[in-house]
Design a protein around this ligand. Structure first.
Ligand code: NAP
Length: 275
């Protein structure tokens, strides 16, 4: 049987790096640290090697479909699939950034929602039986939901929303933001929040699909919030450490074989949250 393998996107620093560090210690198999920039990835790899850990490296830019497909081909050829996938890579504009809101919405959506969706489209079929998929979302997505109009909230809570409908809504948000009408159209004023709201709903859709189409494989897929932790993204005033931010993603990545859940949930502090 092929060796087990875990892959973490955006893991040259921050929460992703801590997820790799923890998986190196607790996951029974190979752990891939990935980065869009090979030099930054190799430097992170070296840091972990100095701690006697043995992660492996593969380049991965989730915004580049060819890069995703190269990783896919490699995983298929070398391991026959993927056991654990942590979609961690993400971006956020700083609060003080003066880039127009519409541009912030477009750029953030491209990575946090559309590029992560490309990862899922390309890699979900590779997830092996008893595999685990963790999408690192955010509490900002949960607050964005609460700040949507009642009609939008209903759509995002619907258990019958399709991936195409969700994609259309995310595109609509970007267009509304660019046209300066997002508030009138019932959207909240956090572009990052809406991208993570989209990612959480996408996770729920994918989990339902797995339950329907691959029930016997018992794959568990969830979205989570890592907590508000000190990283380049969140800045030095966040209360937690990046290591603490890895706790919930790692818990979901290592749910033991035979576990029935959580599945298709939004999880924070290792606890399923209401949506
Ligand atoms: P971070 O320190 O800024 O790290 C983000 C990582 O994502 C970096 O490795 C970055 O690579 C990578 N990345 C960005 N775009 C990418 C792309 N197109 N392809 C591949 N990698 C890419 O941020 P973090 O705080 O660790 O965030 C990790 C995840 O947690 C994100 O999804 C974030 O939204 C989420 N989150 C964080 C907090 C928090 O308090 N920190 C709270 C809630 C949710 P480069 O180094 O090349 O830029």
């Amino acid at each position: 049987m092929a060796r087990r393998v875990a892959v973490v996107s955006g893991s040259n620093k921050g929460i992703g790096l801590e997820v790799v560090r923890a998986l190196c210690r607790h996951f029974d198999g190979d752990v891939f640290l990935t980065a869009r920039d090979t030099d930054r990835g190799q430097q992170a790899l070296q840091k972990l090697q100095e701690e006697q850990l043995k992660p492996l490296f593969h380049q991965l830019d989730i915004g580049d479909i060819e890069s995703i497909r190269k990783l896919r081909a490699f995983m298929l050829q070398k391991y026959g699939g993927i056991d654990v996938l942590v979609n961690n890579a993400g971006i956020a504009f700083k609060v003080a950034d003066t880039t127009p809101f519409g541009t912030q919405a477009e750029v953030t959506m491209a990575t946090n929602f559309f590029a992560t969706r490309d990862m899922c489209t390309e890699l979900l079929t590779l997830i092996k039986p008893h595999g685990r998929v963790v999408n690192v979302s955010s509490m900002c997505g949960a607050s964005a939901l609460l700040n949507c109009s009642p009609e939008l909230q209903k759509k995002f809570r619907s258990t019958s929303i399709t991936e195409d409908e969700l994609v259309e809504l995310m595109r609509k948000f970007v267009n509304d933001a660019k046209n300066g009408v997002h508030t009138q159209q019932g959207w909240p004023s956090s572009a990052y929040g809406v991208t993570k709201l989209g990612l959480t709903v996408l996770s729920m859709i994918h989990a339902r699909r797995l339950s329907k189409e691959r029930a016997a494989d018992k794959i568990l897929l969830n979205a989570c919030c890592p907590g508000w932790v000190k990283t380049d993204m969140a800045g030095p005033n966040a209360p937690g450490t990046a290591e603490e931010g890895a706790v919930t993603p790692v818990y979901l990545a290592l749910l033991p074989e035979g576990a029935e859940g959580p599945h298709g949930q939004y999880v924070s502090a290792k606890t399923v949250q209401p949506w």
